[in-house]
Design a protein around this ligand. Structure first.
Ligand code: NAD
Length: 460
C-alpha cells in the first residue's frame, strides 16, 4: 500500500500547482480537452484494476463498479471533452443600443488552484467527477481521496502521474493530519463530499481564507408511499435501491413513511422481492457489497440494538462487515434509526395515519438530499413540489436520477450546497467575469461625466 503524503510535502505541492496555474498551464482549451481524454483513457485502460480495488475496499460487485463508477467517469470525461467549447465560450450580453459598442461580455474564468476532498463510498466517482469539472474549467487541482477506501485511493495516486499532467493535478494521500494540513493552506475553491459533521470543520477552515465551497453532504432521504400506487412495484424498487452499495449511498432511501393501513401489504411485497433478489440470503449474495469497516458495522449494530421498531426480517450479522438486509416496522419518530443518516442495510418503516401526515413528517425534518414519492396522483406530486424542500425530488423510482448528465446534483440546507454533474461542475469551478471594452472613439459621448459640473454640462 502506498504511504501517506509527507506533511512537509503538502504545501510544496500546492505551491507548485499555483505556479502552474499562474503560468497558464491549464488555460488552453485544447490542453484541457487532452487531459479529459487522458482521464477517460485512465479509466478504460485500468478498468479491471479499478474494479478489483473497489472489491477490496467495499466488496463491490463488478457490474456495480463498471456501471456506477468506472463507466460513469469514462462517459462524463468524454462528455466534458466534447462540450468544453460550448461551456467555456464567452457570452455576449444583451444591452440597450447605446451600450452595445462597449461589447458587454461574460467570460467563464477558472477559479484557480482547487482542493477536492472525497469520501469512501464511491471512491472513483466522488473524487473524479469534481475533477472533470475542475479540468474543464481550467483549474489546477489536488484530490484528497478517503483513507477508508485505501486500495482505490492508492490506485488513483499511482495512475494520476501516468495519465494526467502532474504540474496541474495531484493526489494527496492521508487521513485527518494530511487533510488538516491541506485545509490550513489557501485554495481558490474547496469541493467537499462527505458528512455534515466534517463539513463544519471544512467550512471553518475555508472561512479563514474566504474560500468558496461546494458541500455535497448526505442526510435522511425519505420515501413516501401513497397507498393508491402499486405497492408491489414500490417495494421492488425501494428494496433494490436500499441494497445498492450495501445502503452506503448518499441518495439511498433512508426510511419509508406509509399510511398505517398499507404497512403490512408493503412488508409482504418487500419479503417477496427479498427472496427473489437474494435467494441465498443477502449475506451470502455476491450481488451486494459489504459494510466498509468494523467501525461502521458497530455503529449500525448499535442503532439496531437501541431501536424500538419490530424487525420484520433480517437483523443478522456475520463477522465485522456483514449485515443482512433488515426491515423494521412500527418505527417511532424518536427511534435510534431516526437520529441521523443510516448509511447501511436497515430500512425502517414509519407508519402514519394518512398521506398528509407523511408530508408533515418529512417537512418537520432537515431538508434532505432527495425526496422519493411513489404516487400517480398529479395533485400529490404538485403538493410535494410546493410544500417540501430537498436537493432533488424523484417520483416513482430511486437512484436513477444520478444517471442523468444534464440534471444538477446537490443538496439544500443541511444536505449541502453547490451543484455538480457535467456543466454544473464546470460552473462550480469557474466564475463569471464581467467585461466591457470601451474604445477611444467612445470618448465623444463621455464629455458629460467629467467635472466641472457647470451649466454648460447641464445643457448637454
Ligand atoms: P469519509 O470519512 O471518507 O470523509 C470524507 C473525507 O473527509 C475524507 O477524504 C476524509 O479524509 C476527510 N476527513 C475525515 N475526517 C476529517 C477531519 N476531521 N478533518 C478533515 N477532513 C476529514 O466519508 P464520510 O464522511 O463517512 O462519507 C459518508 C457521507 O458522505 C455520508 O453522509 C454521505 O451521505 C455523504 N455523501 C454525500 C454525497 C453527495 O454527493 N452529496 C456522496 C457520497 C457521500
Amino acid at each position: 500500500m502506498m504511504p501517506n503524503t509527507p506533511l512537509s510535502e503538502i504545501s510544496v505541492i500546492r505551491d507548485a500547482l499555483r505556479t502552474s496555474f499562474r503560468k497558464g498551464l491549464a488555460r488552453p482549451i485544447e490542453w484541457r480537452r487532452h487531459q479529459l481524454f487522458q482521464l477517460a483513457r485512465m479509466m478504460q485502460e485500468n478498468a479491471e484494476a479499478f474494479a478489483e480495488a473497489l472489491t477490496e475496499d467495499l466488496g463491490k460487485p463488478k457490474l456495480e463498479s463498471y456501471s456506477f463508477e468506472i463507466g460513469a467517469i469514462l462517459e462524463r470525461s468524454l462528455i466534458g471533452a466534447q462540450r468544453l467549447d460550448d461551456w467555456a465560450k464567452p457570452i455576449p450580453v444583451d444591452s440597450p443600443d447605446w451600450q452595445k459598442p462597449l461589447k458587454p461580455t461574460v467570460y467563464k474564468a477558472a477559479k484557480g488552484t482547487v482542493l477536492i476532498i472525497a469520501p469512501w463510498n464511491y471512491p472513483l466517482v466522488l473524487g473524479l467527477q469534481p475533477l472533470i469539472g475542475a479540468i474543464a474549467a481550467g483549474c489546477c487541482a489536488v484530490l484528497k481521496p478517503s483513507e477508508i477506501s485505501p486500495h482505490s485511493s492508492a490506485l488513483l495516486a499511482e495512475l494520476f502521474p501516468k495519465y494526467l499532467n502532474p504540474d496541474a493535478y495531484r493526489v494527496v494521500l492521508g487521513a485527518i493530519p494530511e487533510t488538516t494540513k491541506l485545509l490550513e493552506l489557501q485554495w481558490d475553491h474547496i469541493f467537499y463530499t462527505g458528512n455534515a459533521r466534517i463539513a463544519r470543520l471544512i467550512s471553518v477552515a475555508a472561512a479563514e481564507h474566504l474560500t468558496p465551497l461546494t458541500l455535497e453532504l448526505g442526510g435522511k432521504s425519505p420515501v413516501i408511499v401513497d397507498p393508491s400506487f402499486n405497492i408491489n412495484l414500490a417495494a421492488k424498487r425501494i428494496l433494490w435501491a436500499k441494497s445498492q452499495n450495501c445502503g452506503q449511498l448518499c441518495v439511498a432511501p433512508d426510511y419509508v413513511v406509509i399510511p398505517r393501513t398499507s404497512q403490512e401489504a408493503f412488508i409482504s411485497a418487500l419479503k417477496e422481492w427479498y427472496t427473489e433478489f437474494f435467494p441465498e440470503g443477502s449475506m451470502e449474495s455476491s450481488s451486494i457489497s459489504r459494510i466498509v469497516s468494523p467501525a461502521h458495522h458497530e455503529r449500525l449494530m448499535d442503532l439496531l440494538n437501541r431501536s424500538k421498531g419490530e424487525v420484520v426480517f433480517g437483523g443478522h450479522t456475520e463477522g465485522s462487515t456483514k449485515i443482512e438486509v433488515t426491515v423494521l416496522k412500527d418505527v417511532p419518530a424518536d427511534d435510534s434509526f431516526m437520529e441521523g443518516e443510516i448509511f447501511g442495510l436497515f430500512l425502517p418503516i414509519v407508519p402514519v395515519d394518512n398521506i398528509e401526515d407523511a408530508i408533515e413528517f418529512v417537512r418537520n425534518r432537515e431538508h434532505p438530499l432527495v425526496i422519493y414519492v411513489f404516487t400517480e396522483d398529479p395533485k400529490l406530486k404538485q403538493q410535494m413540489l410546493d410544500e417540501t424542500m430537498s436537493g432533488g425530488i424523484v417520483f416513482n423510482d430511486l437512484v436513477q436520477q444520478l444517471g442523468f448528465n444534464e440534471l444538477p446534483f446537490g443538496g439544500v440546507g443541511q444536505s449541502g450546497y453547490g451543484r455538480q454533474i457535467s456543466k454544473y461542475t464546470f460552473d462550480s469551478f469557474s466564475y463569471e467575469r464581467a467585461s466591457i471594452d470601451v474604445s477611444s472613439e467612445m470618448e465623444q459621448f463621455n464629455a458629460v461625466r467629467y467635472p466641472p459640473f457647470n451649466d454648460e454640462k447641464f445643457a448637454l
